[in-house]
Design a protein around this ligand. Structure first.
Ligand code: HEM
Length: 489
């Protein structure tokens, strides 16, 4: 079932403004566990959006003793995201859970530790470095094209999510640590087969009220430990290879060809470098933060383009005009000439954000508008309602990419202000430009040479949304067409 949220009616706000969390509206709760038994983690964002339609922009939940405030007003969300790391942190159990899983990198770090890591890790994302990653991205995109030409000639029905995950795994592995894993052409990768279970497990543990696994090991916890040990070994080897490359090619300290080289070469202003465990945690973080997010965003964009032939036609025109004889873009400058492809992705992210829920904790007493928020309160930020608010944006639930091409980012009605798919403030996603490059490479390759014959679920209903740290569509298949004589290279 499609579930794009609507804004709550203004009448939902109480006449008398609340000043403490207990005065906020919220669904009925049980005495001891609060709302715990009502929350379904895999559909949490949909459930929370549904309650927002009943209880308004700001409402209250409780899980055992944990007070939770849920907010969906764009201005409130932006203000909270800007007030990090000093007022708000990621959930306080997240850092320890990430550490136990060897996943403690930029996403999990807090305070001064986060500031230090952010300065150094960001070095790998500057525009000059992005240019150096293009050969890897072009190679992987060509491979995907070849695979899809074979599939189109064979009239094969593909699993869309699976195809895009292979692509983003190969792209992320190349960019993050310079390895050509090639899951598009070869069998499984030991690294990714283990990696793909890690963030869902971290997300699951983060949402439990009690860290049972520190006392009792269930089979799923034992399997998790085994995966961590395997990942620790593989990532250790990857880092050793990165060090060896820098030793053999010292010039890459200035011109790194992947994120690992950039991290190994990075030095803070005081000359300190990232530690071995910082690097391990960040190799892990870059892979997990980039793969599902990019693949899921592409999957939703394909789906929406298939539903909107007029948008698809415009994308085809742009791709053919920019790429001409080249089947895949080779240079950053070509991708910069594709505003419509970018608009399609931005519009897909507005309607189907793959991070529809951000969870934070108050690290000090604070306030949201006039609601007093004590230290330790948990905050659920709903990222979609403000971006599909009919009071703020015209035809809010329609897929209209060209709305992103209009000037007026300064207007409060601009989608650029209402939609925050990459977060906001100091912890804004550092991989956003890289993600857009990947997305534009795939969309332009697709539009230049293929027809989108089918993108849908087996029974033709709109795809359901599942939240497993990131949100993805369920059960989409893909069938492509291409000219009979289309060469694969
Ligand atoms: C379409 C693709 C992507 C989406 C929608 C996305 C979305 C997000 C969001 C919502 C956040 C949280 C921001 C916040 O707390 O304000 C985030 C953080 C982060 N993302 Fe992305 N992301 C994408 C791609 C990538 C890529 C390609 C990379 C790296 C190669 C990456 C690395 C990170 C990291 C390291 C953080 C943590 C930053 C921090 O806490 O300082 N992301 N991303």
């Amino acid at each position: 079932m499609s579930a794009i949220s609507e804004r709550p009616p203004a009448a939902a706000a109480s006449a008398q403004r609340p000043t403490s969390i207990s005065q906020l509206p919220g669904p009925k709760e049980s005495l001891v566990l609060g709302h715990l038994l009502q929350l379904k983690v895999s559909r949490l964002h949909l459930q929370l959006e549904g309650w927002a339609r009943t209880y308004g922009d700001t409402y209250r939940l409780r899980v055992a003793r944990q007070q939770i405030v849920v907010i969906s007003g764009t201005e409130d969300i932006a203000a909270v995201l800007r007030a990090r790391p000093d007022t708000w942190s990621r959930p306080r159990n997240f850092a320890s859970i990430a550490r136990e899983s060897d996943a403690y990198g930029l996403f999990a770090a807090e305070g001064d530790e986060w500031r230090r890591q952010r300065r150094m890790v960001m070095a790998g994302f500057d525009p000059e470095h992005l240019r150096n990653y293009m050969p890897t991205l072009t190679r992987v995109t060509r491979r995907l094209r070849k695979r899809w030409i074979v599939a189109a000639h064979a009239k094969k029905v593909m699993d869309l999510q699976d195809e895009l995950m292979h692509y983003s795994v190969d792209a992320a592995s190349g960019i993050a640590y310079g390895l050509d894993i090639n899951t598009l052409e070869n069998a499984q990768s030991e690294l990714h087969d283990n990696l793909k279970h890690m963030f869902p497990m971290v997300f699951h543990r983060m949402n439990l009220p009690f860290a049972y696994w520190r006392y009792v090991r269930l089979p799923s916890d034992i399997a998790h430990d085994r995966r961590i040990a395997t990942l620790h070994r593989i990532i250790g080897q990857i880092i050793a290879q990165g060090r060896e490359r820098l030793r053999q090619h010292p010039e890459r300290r200035e011109q790194p060809t992947d994120l690992l080289e950039a991290m190994l070469a990075a030095r803070d202003a005081d000359g300190s470098a990232l530690s071995e465990s910082d690097i391990r945690g960040n190799v892990f973080t870059m892979l997990t933060a980039s793969e599902d997010t990019t693949a899921n965003t592409l999957a939703w964009t394909f789906y929406l383009l298939h539903e909107h032939p007029e948008a698809w036609e415009r994308l085809v025109e742009e791709a053919r005009a920019v790429l001409r004889d080249a089947p895949v873009a080779q240079a950053l400058d070509e991708l910069r000439q594709m505003p419509y492809a970018e608009a399609c992705a931005s519009e897909a992210m507005r309607l189907r954000p793959v991070a529809p829920l951000l969870i934070l904790d108050a690290v000090r007493d604070t306030a949201i508008r006039d609601v007093h928020i004590p230290h330790g309160t948990r905050l659920y930020l709903l990222m979609r309602p403000g971006a599909v608010d009919d009071a703020a944006i015209e035809a809010p639930r329609a897929f209209i990419p060209q709305r992103w091409l209009a000037d007026g980012a300064a207007s409060v009605h601009s989608p650029k202000r209402l939609s925050m798919p990459f977060g906001a403030g100091p912890r804004l996603c550092p991989g956003r430009y890289l993600a857009m490059l990947e997305i534009k490479l795939v969309l332009s390759m697709l539009a230049r040479d293929f027809q989108l014959l089918e993108v849908g679920t087996p029974d033709g209903t709109p795809p359901d949304e599942i939240l497993e740290f990131t949100m993805h569509p369920v059960g989409l298949h893909l069938r492509l067409g291409t000219d009979a004589g289309m060469p694969a290279d």
